[in-house]
Ligand binder design. Structure first.
Ligand SMILES: NC(=O)c1ccc[n+]([C@@H]2O[C@H](COP(=O)([O-])OP(=O)(O)OC[C@H]3O[C@@H](n4cnc5c(N)ncnc54)[C@H](OP(=O)(O)O)[C@@H]3O)[C@@H](O)[C@H]2O)c1
Length: 157
């Protein structure tokens, strides 16, 4: 994983941390020893994660339960968009992958790939399967064909 401690110390702001990809980001960044500002709406989950991270690591965690209030300023702030593809989180739990050739990625390598590329690429797509799908969707298949393609994969068409 990229050394965030050298690059971004002492604070990191992470949004969407009450579950899934954001929660894993919080765990991996906390393990590097950065203090955290955590953002999501479910305050009980946020406070419980904050407590767990402060217990496990010598860091301070602040919680913003109302969402982001301050716009990111370009100077000194690295921004990358993560297009995770299917990832094994609560969100992916809504889909049945049993009959699908596409399987969700584990959340840990998704976050590791995103961390590796933060500030280096404007768009991060973890895993060859997701990069292939992205290429198919963007460059090969027209929009109606995409609908049929994904519909067949998930058995909805
Ligand atoms: N998992 C996948 O397969 C997959 C695939 C493609 C794209 N994505 C995208 O990746 C992102 C993270 O996905 P995930 O799987 O980690 O989902 P998740 O487990 O449902 O987590 C979403 C997080 O965002 C927070 N959130 C939602 N609305 C918010 C708001 N208005 N203000 C502040 N926080 C908000 C949620 O917390 P609260 O409800 O507590 O606010 C939660 O912590 C999502 O944008 C999702 O669409 C995921």
């Amino acid at each position: 994983m990229t050394n965030f401690k050298d690059k971004y110390d002492p604070w990191a702001l992470i949004t969407g941390v009450s579950s899934g990809i954001g929660a894993e980001f919080a765990r991996q960044v906390a393990a590097q020893g950065l203090n955290l500002v955590l953002v999501a709406r479910r305050e009980a989950r946020l406070r419980s994660l904050a407590r767990a991270l402060e217990t496990a690591h010598p860091i301070h965690v602040k919680v913003l339960a109302d969402g982001l209030h301050v716009e990111l300023k370009p100077a000194g702030v690295d921004v990358s968009a993560l297009t995770p593809g299917f990832t094994a989180t609560d969100l992916a739990g809504d889909f049945d992958f049993s009959g699908s050739p596409i399987k969700p990625m584990r959340v840990e390598p998704v976050v590791q790939a995103a961390s590796q590329e933060l500030g280096r690429r404007s768009l991060v797509i973890p895993g060859w399967q997701n990069r292939f799908l992205y290429w198919m969707v963007k460059r090969v298949l027209p929009r109606p064909a995409n609908t049929v393609f994904f519909g067949k994969i998930f058995g909805t068409c």
